[in-house]
Design a protein around this ligand. Structure first.
Ligand code: 5GP
Ligand code: ZN
Length: 114
């Protein structure tokens, strides 16, 4: 996807503070953090959203959560706790149409989700 900001980060064409990488995903610091720890776990494959993920992406979706868990441990929030969020579509305020999982932690987060 030529005009996708996260595809450009995956390709190394746009800078980001990389925190984790494996064969299927990268994770980098959110440019506008909402918590002391705010990382984005992003599949290397362009999938626009959860709604666009197909049966072939089943393993990838699980992989994203496993990668987030590993990263939470590395960033020191595994025991204090963290929130994983995937915004999907306009009402959820998804602004980047490339699937991504937010990893938020490092402070007590509001109990409200919506
Ligand atoms: P969404 O609202 O789509 O769930 O989340 C998109 C997130 O991507 C936002 O938290 C926003 O700050 C972050 N973001 C958007 N563009 C960039 C970028 O170019 N670099 C980084 N590191 N984060 C970005
Ligand atoms: Zn993309």
């Amino acid at each position: 996807m030529d005009d996708c900001i996260f595809c450009k980060i995956v390709a190394g064409d746009v800078d980001a503070k990389l925190l984790y990488e494996d064969d299927a995903v990268v994770a980098f610091a959110d440019v506008s953090p909402m918590a002391p720890v705010h990382a984005l776990v992003v599949p290397k494959k362009h999938v626009a959203s959860v709604e666009e993920a197909g049966p072939e992406d089943r393993e990838l979706l699980g992989h994203m959560v496993r990668a987030a868990r590993k990263l939470a441990r590395e960033l020191g929030v595994a025991d204090s706790g963290y929130r994983l969020v995937i915004n999907t579509g306009p009402d959820a305020t998804q602004t980047v149409p490339h699937l991504h999982l937010h990893l938020l932690g490092g402070r007590a987060l509001e109990p409200r989700l919506g």
